[in-house]
Design a protein around this ligand. Structure first.
Ligand code: UTP
Length: 291
């Protein structure tokens, strides 16, 4: 069994209802943040973190994701004919970006079920899970930070961010105490899904990045459907906690929930401001708005 984290699972089989009607035909994961599909941001983060094999869990009507990372013969030929070498290089870089496999989730039966669909391709080794709609701006990349914690501690790692105040109720919240040597690492003792503010066991909200040991697959297989009739990843991790050590990791960087309209707007503004070719013009435009 490899002890290195080499594979990353991208659950992308959901319905994306919060973005209807855009997501009737276009997968949520293909919505553009400035000019790149949100899925590509996650794939780039995984590669920059040392991941060698990407496994995308896809669903009905979502083949645009496969086409995006495939060779686009007609487009490339047209760009070549027109001498658009920069754009040709850009298109080719996407199709040669990574080794990607796709697994169809026949029905969107929940995040835990989506992860379970990757069982055969992952095999008996630790792996990462990246929720593509959590776009993270971080240096070093969030997943790389987590893999470093996994390598040091040898147990599963859940990325967290601090939320002081009632906003924490929208998240799964970690129970546990900070490590004495590194206060960003939490010894996880439990998790509470969307607690009332008064009942939140900590300020640490669990976000869409995980490094998990393969034991979670067997536990997900015996996990009964939870909230909304879906197999929840959180329930699988709770079962894992009874057998193995699990850590929270308060990553450094900024996370955007691009699966939600408001989060997508925030990400669009901040990522556009950082773009060399757009930033200055966009800043001037925003400053000129009468708000
Ligand atoms: P979300 O709950 O954010 O995605 O799941 P959703 O269900 O597609 O979106 P809404 O809430 O209806 O707008 C987080 C990630 O998990 C995937 C989604 O595609 C998304 O990337 N997912 C969710 C699956 O792959 N399968 C599922 O059964 C559920």
């Amino acid at each position: 069994m490899s002890k290195r984290v080499r594979k990353a699972v991208f659950p992308a089989g959901g319905l994306g209802t919060r973005f209807l009607p855009a997501t009737k035909v276009i997968p949520k994961e293909m919505l553009a943040l400035v000019d790149k599909p949100i899925l590509q941001y996650g794939v780039e983060e995984a590669i920059a973190s040392g991941i060698e094999h990407i496994i995308v869990i896809t669903g009905r009507g979502k083949s645009a994701m496969e086409d995006h990372f495939d060779v686009s013969y007609e487009l490339d030929a047209a760009l070549e004919r027109r001498g658009k070498n920069d754009l040709l290089a850009l298109s080719r870089s996407v199709s040669s970006m990574a080794r990607i496999s796709y697994v169809r989730q026949k029905e969107p039966l929940g995040l835990g079920h989506a992860v379970l669909c990757a069982k055969e391709l992952v095999g008996d080794e630790p792996f990462a899970v990246i929720l593509p709609d959590d776009v993270i701006d971080a240096d070093p990349p969030c997943l790389q930070q987590m893999i470093e914690v996994f390598d040091e501690k040898g147990g599963s790692v859940l990325a967290t961010m601090t939320i002081e105040g009632p906003g924490i109720s929208a998240y799964g919240v970690l129970a546990g105490s900070p490590d004495s040597a590194n206060p960003r690492i939490y010894n996880c003792t439990g998790m509470v899904e969307k607690p009332k503010f008064a009942d939140a066991p900590s300020t640490q909200a669990i976000i869409g990045r995980y490094v998990l040991t393969p034991r979670v697959f067997a536990l997900l297989e015996t996990t009964a459907p939870g909230a909304g009739g879906e197999i929840q990843l959180t329930d699988g991790i709770k079962a894992l906690l009874k057998e193995e050590k699990v850590y929270g990791y308060n990553f450094t960087g900024k996370r955007f929930d691009a699966g939600d309209k408001f989060g997508m707007l925030q990400a669009t503004v901040e990522f556009a401001l950082k773009r060399p070719e757009l930033g200055e013009k966009f800043r001037a435009y925003l400053k000129g708005l009468e708000l």
